[in-house]
Design a binder for this molecule. Structure first.
Ligand code: OAD
Length: 252
């Protein structure tokens, strides 16, 4: 059983605005591979330039769409873990008390939503929505693996996954909402992210500039660890539920 700093527990209980930024580590315990973990991360096995850029899709749409469709089908078998559930609970608790809670994710798996989180700000899009590169038509795909790659729109155009690739802009509205929330919160939680991909990682800077307190939960050190007010080295699926319970029970 972890013992948490009392000031952190009180802030988690009392802060009128909290932002949580999540990354692939939050879904690791659900069986979704991360990107940069040395042995198991996707970028340890594949090159992002070959799979996660508009140029890669233009060069080899079959390979790129097959890879993303495999990831979509892989995630379909994954269930949210205790970390996702705790963040959904934190949101319910904030709503019941008239406080603000904003969940910003870099994840494309929608496991937060599966755990009950609402109004999730998806900075990097989602694996579940595919978009025609010609007519822009979007469709949610929850079925089995596609039968042809790249899959085709009814207009005949190629369809691409609705994720943000390297070299592409983040969805403007989502980024703006995330920046506003980060720049005005009292407590910022950075969970399961390596904090190396911008502009998502820059949200922590915005929060710090506005004198928010920052908690990082990650088994590994990140470029932001030294600036976080609290750094908990652990797995979010275990740490978050314990932390939330401790803050529920904390009386002052
Ligand atoms: P990364 O793979 O870069 O980082 C995952 C982080 O999760 C690492 O710091 C791990 O130490 C940590 N981690 C691993 N297991 C964990 C656990 N059980 N609990 C908590 N943390 C754990 O993933 P992201 O930071 O999400 O972008 O990567 C950011 C972006 O880079 C992704 O959205 C993706 C990628 O390229 C795009 O595809 C545009």
């Amino acid at each position: 059983m972890t013992t948490f700093d009392r000031q952190l527990l009180e802030l988690l209980r009392d802060a009128d605005s909290i932002v949580a930024l999540t990354g692939a580590g939050v879904s690791a315990e659900s069986g979704v591979p991360t990107f940069r973990d040395a042995l198991t991360g996707l970028w340890a096995k594949y090159s992002p330039e070959d799979l996660a850029t508009p140029e890669a899709f233009a060069r080899d749409p079959e390979m790129v769409s097959r890879w993303y469709d495999q990831r979509r089908c892989g995630v379909a078998g994954c269930k949210p873990n205790g970390g996702h559930a705790a963040l959904a609970e934190l949101q319910r608790r904030a709503a019941a008390e008239g406080k603000q809670f904003t969940l910003v994710t870099q994840n494309v798996d929608r496991l937060h939503q599966a755990a009950g989180s609402t109004d999730v700000i998806e900075l990097h899009g989602t694996l579940w929505v595919w978009r025609c590169v010609d007519c822009g038509d979007e469709a949610e795909e929850r079925g089995p693996a596609f039968s042809v790659y790249p899959s085709r729109c009814s207009c005949g155009g190629k369809r691409r996954p609705g994720v943000v690739w390297f070299g592409e802009e983040l969805p403007g509205q989502a980024l703006l909402q995330a920046q506003r929330a980060a720049g005005s919160c009292r407590l910022f939680l950075s969970v399961g992210t390596s904090s190396v991909v911008y502009p998502a990682a820059g949200l922590i800077d915005l929060a710090l500039r506005n004198s928010a307190r920052v908690l990082e939960i990650n088994p590994q050190e990140t470029p932001f660890s030294s600036r976080a007010h609290w750094s908990i080295r652990g797995m979010s699926g275990l740490v978050l539920p314990e932390l939330l319970n401790a803050s529920f029970e904390c009386t002052s």
